[in-house]
Design a protein around this ligand. Structure first.
Ligand SMILES: CC(C)(COP(=O)(O)OP(=O)(O)OC[C@H]1O[C@@H](n2cnc3c(N)ncnc32)[C@H](O)[C@@H]1OP(=O)(O)O)[C@@H](O)C(=O)NCCC(=O)NCCS
Length: 156
């Protein structure tokens, strides 16, 4: 089971120290980049991912998805339909233990608790492991591309 926790002054250094495995670097931005993105876009929701032993094993960045599609900021008064999973990473030392799948479950639960319906994300085509993880967990390709990236969505 993975829990999502806010990032604050007590845990942000640990978050920045997490890293993906060699060869995965171009699949996801660094956590320091993601925290900078979250600083600049006030609607962004960065979360540290903790395992049952209270160890930080990964990071996720969510962004609210307004009606009408992705936007840099949610227009005032716009209805939300779901969230965009902008970044997801499990530290290389913790990969292959089911945490990626458990993180998707925790994110789905969070979106459901908010009463929203949809999760959207995009994956670089070479990232076969992430594509397989998402497609086995309810995400389907929409047929859109964002730059080179394959767009997937699931309803919650
Ligand atoms: C993609 C990622 C989040 C998966 O995290 P993880 O904790 O290793 O994933 P899990 O252990 O839950 O495994 C997910 C699936 O991949 C399979 N898998 C795990 N390690 C694998 C490996 N080395 N090779 C092939 N398949 C593997 C598992 O069997 C599992 O299948 P299942 O869903 O049918 O059970 C992780 O590899 C990662 O951080 N990658 C770099 C960043 C990235 O690509 N993020 C996604 C951006 S969209």
């Amino acid at each position: 089971v993975i829990s999502l926790r806010e990032i604050d002054s007590t845990n942000y250094r640990e978050c920045i120290a997490l890293s993906v495995a060699p060869g995965q670097e171009h699949f996801v931005a660094s956590n320091v980049q993601s925290l900078a993105d979250a600083y600049v876009y006030p609607d962004a929701e960065p979360y540290a991912l903790y395992d049952e032993a209270d160890e930080m094993v990964g990071f996720a960045l969510l962004f609210p998805l307004p009606e009408g599609g992705p936007a840099d900021s949610v227009p005032p008064g716009a209805a939300l339909v779901g969230y965009i999973l902008v970044r997801l990473m499990i530290d290389s030392g913790f990969q292959g233990r089911g945490y990626g799948r458990a993180a998707v479950d925790a994110i789905v639960e969070r979106v459901r608790q908010r009463g929203l319906q949809k999760i959207r994300l995009s994956v670089v085509p070479e990232n076969e492991q992430a594509l397989a993880l998402y497609e086995r967990n309810g995400f389907v390709r929409t047929g859109e591309l964002e730059g080179p990236e394959i767009v997937l969505e699931r309803s919650v």
